[in-house]
Design a protein around this ligand. Structure first.
Ligand SMILES: N[C@@H](CCC(=O)N[C@@H](CS)C(=O)NCC(=O)O)C(=O)O
Length: 238
């Protein structure tokens, strides 16, 4: 392992440790959305993390539209539809709702799809926000700013769960490149793990599938390199 990779993994692991196991274990899901939820967010935003932990804990599979700072693609849609640039922003086409505010998103998801009550680590607001800010502070520049990219025709697919440091590294690259993707959450005890293993061949995340090129891969460093090589406009992965 070279020094850059060592630092990458160490800081991503420190970020995960600030929210230990939150979103890594499945909570009861009463039903699944028929049409995928849409989540507008960016990786380093601590409030977005809270929303992502909720979808991860419920093993939900939203389409994620990355909205990094300086992004030209999906930020505008949020402004147009919601009235302001603020993230996270959730759209549920099944119920017709759309909302800002991570606390409202958590409450909505567990009411609509879970067993009613969100777990304490998402409900205790001051604790959730503070620790999520600490997590972001370990990787202040990753998953924050947009990098010019070209858009894929078909949605990429990422299998992941929120608290894995390696999944974070993969999500950061998708975010920086503003690549929309279907996020399949497979936390521990998720009922969806069986299906996942039959697709991927083993229980390991992150796992990226790109239907545009046929590429599929597990390793976070390889995922970052692949995404930059394939979609960045003339820039290699840092
Ligand atoms: N109270 C909101 C706070 C959301 C918020 O402040 N989000 C910041 C990013 S961390 C934002 O949208 N900033 C505007 C921008 O990025 O353009 C929540 O919990 O969702």
């Amino acid at each position: 392992m070279n020094l850059a990779r060592f630092l990458d993994v160490t800081t991503a692991t420190a970020a995960s440790a600030a929210r230990p196991n939150f979103g890594n274990v499945h909570y009861e899901r009463r039903k699944s959305p028929v049409q995928p939820l849409e989540l507008y967010e960016f990786e380093v935003c601590p409030y977005c993390r809270i929303a992502r932990e909720a979808v991860s804990a419920l093993s939900l599979d939203p389409v994620v539209y990355p909205c990094p700072k300086g992004g030209k693609l999906f930020r505008e849609k949020v402004k147009r539809e919601g009235g302001r640039y603020q993230f996270p922003y959730l759209v549920d086409p099944n119920t017709g709702i759309s909302m800002y505010e991570s606390a409202d998103i958590v409450e909505y998801l567990f009411r609509e799809y879970g067993d009613g009550a969100a777990p304490w680590f998402l409900r205790q607001r001051a604790f959730a926000v503070t620790t999520s800010m600490i997590a972001s502070a370990f990787r202040p520049s990753r998953g924050r700013h947009a990098v010019r990219s070209r858009q894929p025709e078909k949605l990429l697919e990422l299998y992941s769960y929120e608290g894995s440091p390696f999944c974070r590294i993969a999500r950061e690259a998708l975010c920086e490149l503003e690549l929309p993707y279907r996020l399949h959450n497979v936390p521990r005890r998720s009922p969806d793990r069986g299906d996942y293993v039959s697709i991927s061949g083993k229980m390991q995340v992150p796992y990226l599938r790109d239907p545009n090129t046929g590429a599929q891969m597990f390793e976070s460093a390889e995922i970052r390199r692949y995404l930059y090589a394939t979609y960045a406009d003339g820039r290699a992965a840092a």
